[in-house]
Design a protein around this ligand. Structure first.
Ligand SMILES: Cc1cc2nc3c(=O)[nH]c(=O)nc-3n(C[C@H](O)[C@H](O)[C@H](O)COP(=O)(O)OP(=O)(O)OC[C@H]3O[C@@H](n4cnc5c(N)ncnc54)[C@H](O)[C@@H]3O)c2cc1C
Length: 302
């Protein structure tokens, strides 16, 4: 989707939006696949209602791109412009046990900034790539915790009311890698409440999590983390491993030898290679174990 109307481009400038035309999603996602579209980098989130109104009036369909670490995007020209929050001024603001953090902020950096203020609890999120906004949308979690355990409120552009609102955590449905936010909702910032802990204790817990990740995940390869959600009481990775599918290759996509639920783009994979591998593995698991695995990775393929 390309924006060429000079009046709309001028309006972007007025709204603090930087227009990046024809960006390949392969360059913006950790899996390294995906075709071109215009990316609109938003520097003034408070103008979100006006921006959305402008896009709607122009008939420009939109989607939201965070850090791109949980996305599998198809090849070819995309049908949506992508909104992306800039992270330039994203510094957490502390008051007591609480921290206000911009959705654009890097999640890992947020964990370490909190540690410096003796606020912990979120150590398990240290190696989850991407933004705070993406983590809120996905309810990211690792090593026994989820970001939702610490959310007090979320400030967001709500598609339903077309305004910026602050929702208390109790008004949000947070589930395993799923939230009740509507498709058009856009996270702007969040208030987290974290337990106080000595810095050294937090640092030690972060070190343990980093070591566990390095030992079990293909961190030097292009991936989107776990491809499938774990069904209740079962492990998708364990089932894929038991089927002997580690190292299984389709085109340029490979089931990681380090972690069977990570599919890596090793040989210039296309989205079709990755989708084909997902379909193949899902079918093998269904036949062998009776589970119909649901994707954790968000697929933009239509
Ligand atoms: C090596 C590796 C390890 C990983 N380990 C974990 C792990 O341990 N646990 C885990 O949960 N995940 C893990 N992931 C997956 C991924 O990092 C998380 O899902 C992450 O929270 C996604 O954040 P993002 O900013 O990259 O979102 P994106 O990938 O950009 O987007 C994901 C979804 O969130 C939406 N979104 C993003 N930002 C916003 C916003 N501001 N407003 C509205 N919608 C938004 C997008 O539209 C999309 O639907 C891993 C990924 C990799 C590559």
């Amino acid at each position: 989707m390309r924006v060429e109307n000079p009046r709309v481009l001028a309006a972007f400038t007025d709204l603090g939006v930087e227009h990046c035309p024809g960006e390949r999603l392969a360059d913006w996602t950790s899996l390294g696949v995906g075709g071109p579209t215009d990316i609109l980098v938003i520097h003034e989130p408070r103008h979100m209602p006006e921006l959305v109104r402008l896009l709607d009036a122009e008939g420009l369909p939109r989607r939201f791109l965070g850090g791109g670490s949980n996305l599998l995007v198809r090849e070819g020209e995309l049908r949506w412009v992508l909104l992306h929050l800039s992270d330039k001024e994203a510094r957490p603001k502390f008051h007591g046990n609480c921290v206000r953090v911009a959705a654009a902020a890097d999640l890992g950096r947020t964990v370490t900034e909190c540690a410096k203020h003796n606020l912990g609890g979120v150590e398990g999120l240290i190696g989850v790539p991407g933004s705070v906004g993406g983590a809120l949308r996905m309810n990211a979690g690792a090593y026994g915790i989820e970001i939702s355990h610490f959310v007090k409120s979320v400030e967001l552009y709500r598609a339903a009311t077309r305004t910026i609102e602050t929702l208390p955590s109790a008004a949000i449905g947070f589930h395993y890698r799923h939230t009740s936010f509507a498709a058009g909702d856009i996270m702007i910032s969040a208030e987290l409440e974290l337990p106080e802990k000595p810095y050294e204790e937090i640092r030690a817990a972060i070190k343990v999590c980093n070591e566990k990740r390095r030992a079990s995940q293909p961190l030097n390869e292009k991936s989107a983390g776990c491809i499938f959600k774990n069904p209740p009481g079962a492990s998708a990775g364990k089932m894929i491993d038991e089927l002997g599918l580690k190292g299984h290759r389709l085109g340029g996509a490979v089931v990681s030898e380090r972690h069977a639920n990570f599919f890596v783009n090793r040989f210039q994979a296309t989205a079709e290679d990755l989708l084909g591998l997902i379909g193949f593995v899902r079918e093998r698991v269904r036949q062998a174990f009776g589970y119909n695995l649901e994707e954790e990775v968000i697929v933009w393929a239509d």
